[in-house]
Design a binder for this molecule. Structure first.
Ligand SMILES: C[S@@+](CC[C@H](N)C(=O)[O-])C[C@H]1O[C@@H](n2cnc3c(N)ncnc32)[C@H](O)[C@@H]1O
Length: 242
């Protein structure tokens, strides 16, 4: 009751709209190798995938080493197919109904963007930290909008276009609304049909309180390279309480 559910419904509606295009969008990413590399580096036996969506990272990590235990959590099933090969828990990451320990809690293609307030981001991080085994890590592959893009988004709007490998044309428009928040409009065109999806998102910035309060190490990639403020990526690495 303390957690509003209306925003979860909005998130679910958004992902139901973009679901037909999601897998092709994700084929443009190169992060699966990076997540596999990280899991090996940490020798992670038990992995929690926060905001797992269709479970592409959970599946990749499980296929990579079937002896791992992989649990995926998402507040909705908009992207999830039938019979995922990993344990799926439908839950809000601000309030996780789990009591097990994980060596790696990961957030891929930033599910935190939908948590707009400091309090909500702090709550989700606290939940993840609560579930970390000794020596375990929470790793968030965060959305970061570099200043040169933010200036454009604050002006006429930042436009990005691309073609997916199934022929879909994608047009994105980002408008800055202040405090690292953006109104995004995605337009997909395929076979003469057009689909539009809007979302309000919040990017990370290295000084934000949820990072500071949790002693996050801020990196520029999953290999923990240095954060580069001119690049579009902020990886937060957070240890458990102990
Ligand atoms: C951009 S998708 C990323 C999916 C997946 N991690 C990937 O890398 O493909 C974000 C996901 O986060 C989920 N999500 C958003 N807010 C959430 C919340 N409060 N609790 C749990 N999941 C949430 C959405 O339902 C969506 O599936």
């Amino acid at each position: 009751p303390m957690l509003a559910t209306t925003d979860v419904a909005t998130v679910d509606r958004y992902y139901r709209t973009v679901a037909p295009f999601y897998a092709a969008e994700m084929r443009l990413r190169t992060d699966l190798d990076e997540w596999r590399g990280l899991a090996w580096r940490l020798a992670a036996r038990r992995i929690l995938d926060l905001g797992c969506g269709d479970g592409r990272v959970a599946r990749a990590l499980l296929a990579d080493d079937p002896d791992r235990e992989v649990v995926g959590v998402d507040c909705g099933r908009a992207l999830l197919g039938d019979d995922p090969p990993f344990t799926f828990v439908e839950a809000d990451m601000r309030d996780l109904p789990l009591d097990e320990e994980f060596d790696l809690v990961l957030a891929a293609n930033d599910p935190f963007v939908h948590l707009l307030s400091d309090a909500d981001r702090g709550r989700a991080i606290a939940e993840a930290r609560r579930l970390l085994a000794t020596g375990g890590l929470l790793v968030i592959d965060g959305l970061y909008v570099p200043p040169q893009d933010d200036i454009v988004a604050a002006g006429d709007g930042l436009v990005r276009e691309r073609h997916l490998d199934d022929g879909t044309y994608v047009h994105e428009l980002w408008r800055a609304t202040g405090e690292h928040r953006y109104e995004t409009l995605y337009r997909y065109e395929r076979d003469g049909d057009e689909t539009e999806a809007r979302a309000t998102v919040r990017a990370w910035h290295p000084g934000e309180s949820a990072l500071h309060d949790n002693a996050a190490r801020v990196a520029g990639g999953l290999d923990e390279r240095d954060f580069d403020p001119w690049e579009g990526r902020l990886v937060a690495v957070i240890a458990g309480w102990s």
